[in-house]
Design a protein around this ligand. Sequence first.
Ligand code: SF4
Length: 394
Amino acid sequence: MELSLIDLRGLPENEFVSHIPENDIFLYTLTTLDFNEAERLVQKLRDIYPIAKHISGGPHITLFPQDGERVFDAIALGEGENSIIELFNDIFNSELKPIYRQGPLSDLQTIPIPSRKWLPKSSVVIQGLLNKEYLKHNGTSTLFSRGCPFDCHFCSNLEKGSVRYMPYETITQEIEYLKREYGVNALALKDDNGIPVGRRFARPWLEAIGKADIKWRGQSRATGVTEDMVKLAKDSGCVEIAVGLETITPKSMDILNKPLNLTEAKKYLLTLQKHGIGIRIHIIVGLPGEPENVVDSTLKFCDEFGVNSVLLSLLTPLPGTAMYNNPSSFGMKNITKNWDDFRVAFGSFDANEKPKMTFEYEKETPWGKGKSSEEIIDNYMILQEAFREGSRKF
Ligand code: SF4
């Protein structure tokens, strides 16, 4: 069997097909944001390669299997490490089933290090992953854990309430593999908690990364990480932490089941600064419970803490979240089913392009008057412009 991984990132959609040679089987993993684009691609590929089978998994297919059944020859629900083996055995025996559902979660203690050998080197390694003096480092992304111990109502992580970790020695081995094969010396940890919550997990994790002698960035909650773990993170090569603050409004955080002690959050930011770790913060515009002066108070906070990098998003009630499943509890209504509109903003709109809202607020919400969509988009654009003018990096 020959296998290739086709990297379509960065290509315009109308060029996808010209980069895809004929194959017997095409495999996809899809989020909600990708689904419509993938559906259009499958239709085009069926026209030119009519015998090929198309099989998909991923979060969107797991949440909306009916979408998957409509478009694909087979779908795999949930995690896929075991399903894919069953699926290929069935293909070899000409017994492909329409639906595969992995029972138990994959055991991270036993699954191998993800091989990158199917990808062109240029898709594995990029520069500019880290800031400042590390800009020219060869970087790549890794995931050493799955899940998050928390349960925020806006978060689309499908595994909330628990975390599975790779064996700590495997973390070091994976980094050594990336250094050896790809000359990597910078990592972006994609784990929900780049500094795990609780010393019991954080210490061996950070020590495992530290052994590999590499620079890295990751993300963490605004609270719950102690100073000794921040210091250990710095010693292990951490140069930037993206802090999942989301808002500086405690009321909004309570509504989102992400209670924020602003004093503790400020202390955490100061601790990161003290140990020379750069700060990036995540801010979401349009949250329930936001005050009228949300723009001014957010900018004031960023100035006060010298935040030089912001990941700005427009609130998007993604499928799988409590907000999507129960919008009225959050004073929300009319969530769109047009998956193309679920572009998570991330500061990606230019001055003349306004993002689209994917929902509306009721006129009266449990927390007072609901903001209009226009007001929320205006706030988003003002903040985006202010961050750009202030030369803060998105
Ligand atoms: S927003 Fe962050 S802390 Fe909250 S559940 Fe999602 S990953 Fe966990």
